[in-house]
Design a protein around this ligand. Sequence first.
Ligand code: AMP
Length: 126
Amino acid sequence: MSVSGLPPYDDANIFARILRGEIPCTKVAESEHALAFRDINPQAPVHVLVIPKGRYVSAADFCATAPEAQVAGFWRLVAEVAKAEGLEARGYRLLTNMGDEGGQEVPHFHVHIFGGRRLGRMVPQM
Ligand code: AMP
């Protein structure tokens, strides 16, 4: 178990493979702490994923075990990418899915940046 109660980190997950350079991505930005790249199946005109460099399953995992500088550096890159994509004035959405009920498909902590259109309600109505 990871600190979040989710399964342990799986080194074969697709984002781990992107970080190792085994599969390509459309890179948007990179720092020593994180990598930002375009989602392969975009749900909005701008749909970028930001992932920390390291073996983190969830936000709980990342915030509990990553060095402070990496936590700060990760969120800085998220904000910088949103600004660089021209979303600051129009508005945008950050989203992170966690675990089964959260709909997480790739078990490497990541933040989605959505923008470029009116995004509607936060979550589908019950
Ligand atoms: P999540 O449900 O939050 O785990 O979302 C995972 C996201 O990763 C989805 O939006 C996928 O479209 C995206 N994705 C999966 N494989 C790739 C890939 N090779 N390159 C870029 N995005 C990907």
